[in-house]
Design a binder for this molecule. Structure first.
Ligand code: C2E
Ligand code: CA
Ligand code: CA
Length: 645
């Protein structure tokens, strides 16, 4: 709250520090003019009139004292409010001398004149107030003295006499002329200074506006910035509280914006942001608010929400923005967004919490598909809370060696012999026990931590291959799962090469499993990378085949050795019912005709295996043979098999 300052109406508006000098300079000049005025008064009221009227010398002396005191004060107080107050007092005291010099008329004149001069010159009400008070005080004192005919120094007691002689009239005229000159001079000064003053004021105001603008608006898009958003939110929440209204806070984040920045440059990225900002502005209603709070993050407030439907409509409009393509510097860009939504006051009454919740919802939306949105829910809060803890815990676990590779046998369908294994990661948590990858891999994939895991899996897998080779199992192929993020980086090639070299293992014993998403997202790069990996002698499996895009085109374009048929197809093989297996059959046929090996996943039943044998599937994995088991157990399995022969 701003406190009220009683002196405020009587003095200058608060001026910024850096303009103080300018104002001070102005006041100093005004002080000089007032001193000159005092000197003229002194001359007229004492010197001239004393000669003419042969009155008392004390008028001359006291006038001198007053003028002198102004001169001395100027040396120390020039430009200060004290100096202005002193000027006012001195000027008013001069009228005492006038009275004593039988110049009562002039004195009245003088008061008005002085008041005008002070006001117009200083543009400051403080000296006027001082002057008025001085005037009132000395009138009271003198009327008292007159009334009781008191004389301190045996002065003649003056009774007001309104008649006057020619001399007074002439003197009056002289005084008016002097008044004119001084006023003219003051006006001139005034004009000069006020021009300067206005210039300064204008600059100050302009500068302030600029500062205000840049502190409140994002310089790239012109949207409100974070600070501005917080300010406005205060107001919006207060308003909603009063009117018992709801509003929706949307957290909007562009998908893959970093990609655009990295591949096309920041200019294009900036231009894209501008276009999106403009589209957002023009789509939303006047009462809604859009702010940019970070690189590619926006906050939108949909105010006055009646029901969920109206929020959905708003979100729909926003999502539509991203459906149109954006042309920037003759490049056609496609952008998508994830939106999280939190409601005031349902989800929270606290702005910061509301933003956090909308952020969480956005985060959860992002984990799903593109152009998606999510409402905040309490369970999301809990889930995210756990996830954050889990992610933190994963860092520790990797350092402390809690991650282990388990191996699930890959079996030749026709001979039923184990020919290899898929390495499947497990988290042997010291408190929570065994944790399966489905709970932590998707989470790791949302951060770059999956890259650390990927590196670990490669090292471990390669080390295990060496161990097997040393044990005499030199034709056991171990496949490791590669996450999409890993496959986006050339590093993968060097890591694989390094893993082969440092462990001195045969490349034919190592395979990688990638999913189709690798090929979809950056097909040119992926094709290049996979070809290089293939050149190392490492095999490439297409994992979860049939669940994703399943385009024949990928199978032809990419260097793939084998397709892993997803468990869902194997599940279709039901005892005594061999119809409805068109898809499985097609995949198996396709593999055969393209010269690709086929690996069926999740085989649990004997009859499933029989069917696969009939259809000439090459390999299988599944509980029928073995679950994923620790390293030692898998070696044991291999040894058993060797003994059987
Ligand atoms: P995936 O690559 O499709 O692995 C096959 C999953 O099916 C494994 O689950 C395996 O244990 C399970 N499975 C195998 N045979 C059967 C069966 O007969 N019946 C049933 N019901 N399930 C069977 P897991 O080990 O929990 O792995 C789940 C997913 O986690 C994997 O799917 C893979 O995408 C991912 N993953 C596992 N290890 C790694 C890794 O080291 N790196 C990366 N990036 N991802 C991994
Ligand atoms: Ca796999
Ligand atoms: Ca799979």
């Amino acid at each position: 709250m701003k406190t009220f300052n009683f002196l405020e109406p009587f003095s200058y508006k608060q001026v910024p520090e850096f303009t103080r000098d300018n104002f001070r300079h102005y006041f100093e000049n005004s002080d000089k003019v007032m001193i000159m005025l005092a000197m003229i008064q002194w001359f007229i009221a004492t010197f001239v009139t004393s000669m003419m009227y042969n009155t008392y010398i004390y008028g001359f002396v006291s006038g001198g004292v007053l003028t002198l005191s102004l001169l001395i004060a100027y040396k120390y107080l020039a430009g200060t409010p004290s100096m202005r107050a002193l000027v006012a007092i001195v000027m008013m005291l001069f009228s005492l001398i006038y009275i004593q010099q039988h110049l009562g008329r002039i004195e009245m004149h003088f008061h008005i004149f002085i008041a005008m001069a002070i006001l117009s010159l200083y543009k400051d009400t403080l000296p006027i107030i001082v002057a008025a008070m001085t005037t009132i005080a000395h009138h009271l004192i003198f009327n008292y003295l007159q009334y009781y005919e008191v004389s301190l120094f045996d002065m003649p007691v003056m009774i007001f006499n309104y008649g006057c002689g020619l001399d007074i009239v002439i003197l009056h005229a002289i005084f008016v002329i002097a008044e004119m000159f001084v006023l003219a001079y003051m006006v001139q000064l005034q004009v000069e200074h006020s021009i300067e003053l206005h210039k300064t004021e204008r600059e100050v105001v302009g500068l302030n506006e600029k500062l205000l603008y840049s502190s409140m608006y994002d310089s790239l898009t012109g949207l409100a910035n974070r600070q501005n958003l917080y300010d406005k939110l205060q107001y919006i929440t207060a308003n909603s509280k009063r009117h018992k209204n709801k509003f929706a806070l949307l957290f909007l984040d562009l998908n893959n914006f970093k990609n655009i920045n990295d591949t096309l440059g920041h200019d294009i990225g900036d231009a894209l942001l501008k276009v999106i900002a403009n589209r957002l502005k023009s789509t939303l209603r006047e009462n809604d608010l859009v702010a940019r709070i970070g690189g590619d993050e926006f906050i939108i407030i949909l105010s006055d929400i009646q029901n969920e439907q109206s929020i959905l409509e708003g979100i729909e409009k926003i999502l539509d923005i991203f459906k149109k393509e954006i042309i920037v510097k003759s490049k056609i860009l496609k952008s998508s967004t994830s939106i999280g939504c939190a409601l005031y006051p349902d989800d929270s009454k606290d702005i910061h919490e509301l933003m956090k919740y909308a952020d969480m919802a956005m985060y959860s939306a992002k984990a799903h598909e593109t152009n998606n949105f999510k409402f905040f829910t309490k369970s999301l809060d809990d889930a995210l809370h756990n996830e954050v803890n889990l992610l933190e815990d994963m860092h520790r676990a990797l350092d402390e060696g809690e991650f282990k590779l388990y191996y699930q046998a890959k079996v030749d369908v026709s001979t039923q012999k184990i020919v290899g294994a898929e390495a499947l990661i497990r988290w042997e948590h010291k408190i929570k026990g065994l944790i399966f990858p489905n709970t932590f891999i998707p989470l790791a994939e949302r951060s770059t931590f999956i890259l650390n895991i990927g590196k670990f899996v490669l090292c471990e897998g390669a080390r295990f291959i060496k161990k097997l080779e040393l044990l005499g199992f030199d034709a056991i192929n171990i496949s490791v799962n590669i996450s999409t993020l890993q496959a986006k980086d050339t590093e993968l090639y060097y890591h694989l090469k390094h893993a082969l070299q440092i462990n001195d293992i045969q490349a034919k014993n190592l395979s990688i499993e990638v999913t189709e998403s690798v090929m979809v997202e950056n097909s040119l790069f992926a094709s290049d990378l996979l070809h290089k990996v293939r050149e190392l002698g490492i095999s490439i499996y297409l994992d979860d085949f049939g669940t994703g895009y399943s385009s024949l085109q990928y199978l032809q374009k990419f260097p793939i050795d084998a397709i892993k048929i997803d468990k869902s197809f194997v599940d279709e093989i039901i005892k005594g019912n061999e119809k409805n297996l068109i898809l499985l059959n097609t995949i198996l046929l396709m593999g055969e005709s393209l010269g690709l090996k086929t690996i069926a996943e999740g085989v649990e039943e004997e009859y499933q295996l029989e069917y696969l044998q009939k259809k000439k599937c090459d390999f299988y994995q599944g509980y029928l043979k073995s679950k994923a088991i620790p390293e030692a157990a898998f070696i044991e399995l291999l040894k058993q098999q060797a003994e059987e022969v």
